[in-house]
Design a protein around this ligand. Structure first.
Ligand SMILES: [Zn+2]
Length: 254
């Protein structure tokens, strides 16, 4: 279902269509071979998303893909996010299915936020942030920076909003073969799709992404599925061992 429908349809109607569509598709894929670690639906196979054949294995019920399963496993098993202690959590552009789960588990200190997004309660423009410094213990920022005009400024804002012991989970699509590619003269949808992979992306990130974060005062740890899962677990979740890196960022020592 096109994401932009969320902007035009009343939220209950959008939610109803979303749920009915997913339930119908789940009937086609349900089985006992895999269990989605996020919505716990039993599947005979994952759905291929946006491509033929294998594609990016996506759960038909909750629509989460490889990168979501990887980060969900990481935050549950390797962080303090759900340890029961109160913490301020800022989730930028929260994923549709995950937002209610985070809200239920984190309570009122969980802040879903977005830019030009009618589904969230708080608007944050990462190039023009109106939040106090050191206000969040955790910031989750998945597939957001490629849409932000000045991504380096956005990284500095993430750093500024983090409490001294806070951490941020950041992911971006990595479309460039070498270093990050950005050309402000590419403005048409066709050009951006060709060079950046999607019409509304403003650059193609490459293998220097962690260094971009580091250049803005963040200490960065890069986590691949193979770093936290064994081969059996990787296959059970249909992940790719050396893809979909998570960037765990903290304030670097001055
Ligand atoms: Zn699922």
């Amino acid at each position: 279902m096109p994401y932009h429908l969320a902007h035009y349809l009343p939220k209950p109607i959008y939610e109803l269509i979303w749920t009915l569509r997913n339930q119908a598709q789940t009937l086609v894929y349900q089985g006992k071979t895999f269990t989605c670690p996020i919505c716990h639906t039993g599947l005979r196979k994952y759905m291929a998303y946006r491509s033929k054949g294998e594609g990016n294995p996506t759960c038909p019920r909750c629509r989460t893909s490889r990168r979501h399963r990887h980060y969900w496993h990481y935050v549950n098993q390797f962080t303090d996010l759900f340890d029961g202690r109160r913490k301020q959590v800022l989730h930028l552009a929260p994923e549709h299915y995950l937002e209610p789960i985070f809200r239920k588990r984190l309570g009122k200190d969980y802040v879903p936020a977005g830019y030009n997004d009618p589904r969230v309660r708080k608007t944050i423009d990462l190039n023009n942030v109106d939040e106090p410094a050191e206000s969040y213990d955790v910031i989750i920022c998945n597939h957001v920076l490629e849409h932000v005009p000045d991504d380096l400024k956005a990284m500095r804002e993430i750093r500024r909003m983090l409490k001294p012991d806070g951490w941020a989970l950041i992911t971006v699509p990595q479309f460039a073969k070498g270093n990050t590619f950005e050309d402000p003269s590419l403005t048409s949808r066709e050009e951006r799709t060709r060079h950046y992979g999607q019409w509304d992306h403003l650059r193609a990130y490459g293998s220097d992404f962690a260094d971009r974060l580091r250049s803005q005062g963040l200490a960065v740890e890069v986590i691949y599925p193979k770093d936290i899962l064994n081969q059996q677990e990787i296959e059970a979740m249909r992940l790719k061992a050396g893809e979909d890196p998570l960037f765990i960022a903290r304030k670097a020592a001055a």
